[in-house]
Design a binder for this molecule. Structure first.
Ligand code: UDP
Length: 377
């Protein structure tokens, strides 16, 4: 029997596409080279806690259709991401940059005072940009200095970003830092979106729901069946790295990858928050995730006497590692674009997701993209 779709990759894009195809009466074979479904949203249960094995995944969107779609599969909890930064000056700061951060940094108590301080902090960078006759900040450093000024840049942005990306801030694109809100309210919610949460019971339930009705084969590498995929299915949905699909014939794309040191601790509450960022140069990890706080709130944190934490280290991708983040510098963006042009010529193949599009996507936009891909198939 021939499948309608062979879907390579059981992550969010592949699983959503499989769901939509199955609903429309098509049959799908989903393969993944890993031994589990879910791609990077996969969770592993350790000591009764859903451990985000490939890093913290916090679902957030303002798109009601997407929110309803995922909640119909599994209800989401009320988790709201309020990360804390442990800074090189030894203090803790609230993120994203808001009145709490400004109070902690400068002692300013009102939005007016904060605005005046911000203006003073940003002046130098803005004047420099004007003097150089540039319309827009050219890199992350210039963008951050124009947005938030020197004190916050040096304490909360520079080292964290350089650890995360392994490149100086002057060589990184400005848009990365524009992901973070700057607010003149006492609001520690990291996201501006209307809806936010974590699937109750974990992300695996979401993926299992999306893949219901599909045939799943794990531990299968597309490389091994690439030559004869057309005998298996009429169409291919490819969610792996786009350069790999084309056997790297134009060159290799760079990625950042993350490594986790996961530790089980015999105590109920290690850091009192799901995410603590380490924004100084002397700590080699970028952040510590305490997984139970994604799913237990208030007193229920203490119902489990144990906790699990992951220290996150960011490193440059080497072949054989898991790619995580596209490196959106000029060389890589240009190369990705060339690969996309090759991809557009592949009539029977749909490319989608963070790896195949080489885009820094959050989860909800990936689902939205899968909807689009299904509609325009
Ligand atoms: N960032 C920072 N300090 C922080 C948190 C984030 O400078 O404490 C910057 C950093 O450049 C990072 C970007 O903001 O790459 C985006 O952060 P986000 O939390 O969105 O990254 P993700 O969760 O996707 O890893």
């Amino acid at each position: 029997m021939k499948y309608d779709y062979l879907i390579v990759g059981a992550g969010l894009f592949g699983a959503t596409f499989a769901f939509l195809a199955t609903q429309a009466g098509k049959n799908c074979l989903v393969i993944d080279k890993r031994p589990h479904i879910g791609g990077n949203v996969y969770c592993e249960k350790i000591d009764g806690i859903n451990v985000h094995k490939y890093g913290a995944h916090i679902f957030h969107t303002s798109n009601k259709q997407i929110w309803d779609f995922v909640n119909d599969i599994v209800p989401f909890n009320r988790y709201t991401n309020c990360p804390v930064a442990s800074a090189p000056d030894g203090k803790l700061y609230n993120l994203p940059f808001n009145m709490n951060t400004f109070y902690q940094m400068w002692g300013v108590k009102t939005p007016m005072e904060a605005m005046a301080k911000l203006e003073e902090q940003r002046k130098e960078a803005i004047d420099k940009i004007k003097a150089d006759g540039i319309a827009e900040p050219r890199n992350l450093e210039e963008q951050a200095l124009c947005l938030i000024g020197k004190d916050i840049y040096e304490n909360l942005i520079k080292h964290y970003t350089e650890k995360q990306w392994g490149r100086p801030c002057t060589e990184l694109p400005a848009f990365i830092i524009r992901r973070l809100p700057v607010r003149l309210t006492f609001d520690n919610n990291y996201f501006n979106d209307t809806y936010q949460g974590i699937p109750i019971g974990g992300y695996n339930i979401l993926i299992e729901g999306l893949l219901k009705g599909s045939v799943i084969k794990l531990g299968v590498d597309f490389k091994d069946i690439k030559e004869n995929w057309k005998e298996i299915a009429n169409k291919l949905v490819f969610t792996g790295p786009i350069d790999e699909f084309f056997d790297f014939k134009l060159g290799r794309l760079d990625w950042r990858t993350v490594r986790f040191e996961t530790v089980c601790i015999d105590s109920p509450n290690y850091q009192g928050n799901a995410v603590v960022n380490y924004t100084g140069p002397s700590t080699p990890w970028t952040r510590i995730i305490e997984h139970k706080h994604f799913e237990s709130f208030g007193d229920s944190v203490y119902q489990n006497p144990k906790t699990v934490i992951s220290r996150e280290y960011s490193t440059e991708f080497q072949p054989g590692m898991e790619p995580y983040y596209p490196v959106n510098d000029e060389r890589n963006n240009n190369l990705a674009e060339e690969y996309r042009q090759l991809a557009a010529k592949e009539d029977d193949v749909i490319f989608g997701g963070r790896l195949a599009e080489y885009k820094y996507y959050d989860m909800a936009p990936v689902i939205a993209k899968a909807f689009e891909a299904w509609k325009s198939r």
